[in-house]
Design a protein. Sequence first.
Length: 161
Amino acid sequence: MPGRAREADGSYRHGVTETANARKIAFATFVRRALDDARAMRAWSGTEVSRRTGVSRQTINRWVRGDWASDPEAERVVAFCEGLGLNPAAAFTALGWDRAATPRAAATPPPMDPDVEALLRRLVDPNVSDAEKFHIRETIRYLAYRPTLPVNLRNSGKQAG
């Protein structure tokens, strides 16, 4: 490859292998697409993505650039994906990780609430309009991220009978 100093074994002189580079490019592409979708579908800025996922903008920007010396932390990848409503398996695939080795893969998911199941069915139903799906997602997002008061403050407004 012109302009790059490679060893006979296919690795670069500075220790980055073709495989590591491919993984970085694949993960950067995954993150970039996720951010593009968040901007297009939800009108979220980078700051909003960071707030919703709990992953710092600096970390997200490093991921987009493929600028990391060691693999991203699995917990941060999962938080990023869950905050954007994505399946972490796609990110793990881009990173070349074995899904079974991740911390959350072994956990059994809790039973699904029937109301949540009904909403999920509507979100995947082709007969439900995009506008209706948008409103469902926005309502869920509002409820998921609204501040909650401590129990002692929630009950302080009630008067004894």
